[in-house]
Ligand binder design. Structure first.
Ligand SMILES: Cc1ncc(COP(=O)(O)O)c(C=O)c1O
Length: 544
């Protein structure tokens, strides 16, 4: 609670009949303070507001304030009214007992939650100072905040009452148009603005689509390893998540996990987390499978704006002729994550359903933010920002690869990704990814073991390394520290590094009907995807 407390009405219990007004007010304020309803340092409502609100004379209010002041609960200062003391008299007497309201939850009564309420798990947001090799994060320090502020200020100055009122549940029309233009031109998506829904990022898009298509017990197939945020959404709905293995061309289609799936979730432009791009042949085969089986495809296009080499393949949605694909994308990586803005492109027959869900959940995304974003895109700033950041990230990636060649050879083989904000570093032989990540963390380096994204057997250990969020100096430091951490790990385990036989990895997934998942089964050597160029899967164990 801030000093703004003074602007808000303070709700006090009614006076007992016969209690003098001054005594009632003093006791009620003191109770509110001790229950923690007014925070230390917060400003109390003015005597005039309290007098008006409770029909008392200002003299009565001043009397109650004076008594609280003499007991050390409040302090008056010229110009800022009467504030609660930073340290209450009780705190000086009883060390360590915070003045907090006793909520019913603390009395230990078990809650009767819905099935959803019991199933849903927390999907944590990473916080803390950014350092090498933070994943999934753009270079926030290079975001043009001054320009954004100018665009926002201009929009706010011109805001009409309709901007204050609200908009269609699908979103603010000029933003839907701008997004449709952008997706059609740059991502090969085939849509009109009416098919675009503005949501608060891919995460909300996943939730919305899951509500529309999944009932408890339904099967959802997803890439393995894959995006944990998607799995948690599907599991919260009560769906059975079936992990499907990947090869060099993307999700494999012969796997039993796909049988009977209502929906398949994929990241074709830049597979998360391995970075492989789904080949054109695989895209067409997946579409054909969906058409034949009646399943929906949920295409998550979370960060494909940043491509450094290779030719971009058009979105799966753009190849779809039967309305099987729902396309989701986000401004979290191209602008900044706290904007909480993204989009969903749905087949035309689903527009009403999506609008209905939005109308009963959030009504619509915050309108003024949508309007600012639309201005930012239409004004050409969005395109310029992407172009600029693509150069920055390409440089950061090449510094990572070059430093890794110089310092990590024999310890970690860093893949030269073609797109995105992160890449994979393959550990040698049977190295333990978790142990490597812990050793790196002790040296202030952040890496995520690939095993955290997998549901099946992990064939080869790897670490996910983000290269976009920090500058080249920090990347070089990260490489040095990571090398030392990995060397120390080898020394302490008494092993010498095995020869580097495997350029690719294989996440070997149990058949769909074999559950539950086995996250930490012994590793098996093998091959799999590492680049976006279509390539036949080499046989496990062969050298490349
Ligand atoms: C693969 C993938 N999909 C979706 C998201 C969520 O994006 P948003 O911030 O738009 O909810 C992320 C976030 O990092 C991601 O990595």
């Amino acid at each position: 609670m801030s000093r703004q407390t003074a602007q808000l009405a303070l709700m006090l219990p009614p006076a007992e009949p016969g209690t003098p007004a001054g005594r009632w007010l003093y006791a009620a304020l003191r109770t509110a303070i001790l229950e923690g309803r007014i925070r230390p340092g917060a400003r109390l409502p003015s005597t005039r507001d309290l007098a008006r609100h409770y029909g008392l004379s200002r003299g009565t209010i001043v009397g109650a304030f004076d008594q609280l002041k003499s007991e050390g609960y409040v302090e008056a200062s010229v110009g800022s009214g009467t504030c609660l003391a930073k340290t209450l008299p009780e705190a000086l007497l009883e060390v360590g007992r915070p003045a907090r309201p006793r909520s019913p939850a603390t009395r230990g009564r078990p809650r009767r939650l819905s099935e959803y309420g019991r199933r849903v798990s927390l999907f944590e947001n990473r916080a803390g100072p950014v350092r090498a090799f933070r994943t999934n994060q753009p270079a926030l320090d290079l975001f043009p905040t001054t320009l954004w502020a100018q665009v926002a200020a201009r929009r706010l100055r011109r805001a009409s009452t309709s901007h204050l009122l609200g908009c269609d549940p699908m979103g603010y029309q000029p933003l839907r148009e701008a997004v449709a233009d952008y997706l059609t031109t740059s991502r090969g998506v085939c849509c009109v603005p009416q098919q675009v829904a503005i949501v608060s990022g891919v995460q909300e898009a996943l939730d919305l689509v899951a509500r529309l298509f999944l009932d408890p017990g339904d099967r959802v197939a997803m890439e393995d390893p894959g995006y944990v945020g998607a799995r948690l959404v599907f599991e919260a709905c009560g769906a059975t998540v079936a992990p499907v293995p990947l090869d060099d061309e993307g999700i494999t289609l012969g796997d039993a996990s796909l049988h009977g799936a209502r929906m398949v979730y994929v990241t074709p432009a830049h597979q998360f987390p391995l970075g492989v791009g789904m080949s054109l042949q695989r895209r067409l085969a997946l579409l054909e499978w969906a058409r034949a089986s009646g399943a929906m495809i949920l295409e998550d296009d979370y960060d494909s704006e940043y491509r450094y080499s290779g030719r971009p393949v058009p979105a799966l949605q753009g190849l779809d002729r039967h309305g099987q694909v729902i396309f989701a994308g986000s401004f979290s990586k191209v602008l900044f994550p706290s904007l909480r803005m993204g989009y969903l492109v749905v087949p035309s027959d689903l527009v009403d359903r999506v609008a209905a869900v939005q109308s009963v959940t959030r009504r619509h995304a915050p309108l003024l933010e949508q309007a600012v974003l639309a201005d930012f895109i239409v004004g050409g700033h969005f395109g310029r920002h992407i172009r600029r950041m693509r150069e920055v990230y390409a440089e950061r990636l090449s510094v990572l690869l070059e430093s890794a060649r110089g310092r990590l050879t024999g310890l970690l083989e860093v893949s030269p990704v073609e797109a995105g904000l992160q890449t994979v570093g393959w550990l040698r032989g049977r190295s333990d990814g978790e142990a490597a990540a812990n050793a790196a963390a002790r040296r202030e380096v952040e890496v995520t073991p690939l095993s955290r994204y997998g549901q099946g057997k992990v064939g080869r250990s790897g670490l996910l390394l983000g290269f976009a969020a920090v500058d080249t100096q920090e990347i070089r430091r990260g490489v040095r520290e990571l090398a030392t951490a990995l060397e120390e790990g080898i020394v302490s385990s008494g092993r010498s590094p095995p020869p580097n036989r495997f350029r690719h990895q294989l996440i070997e997934t149990p058949r769909a009907d074999v559950s539950p998942p086995t996250p930490s089964t012994p590793e098996r050597d093998g091959h799999g995807p590492s680049r976006s160029r279509p390539r036949r899967t080499p046989r496990a164990g062969s050298d490349r």
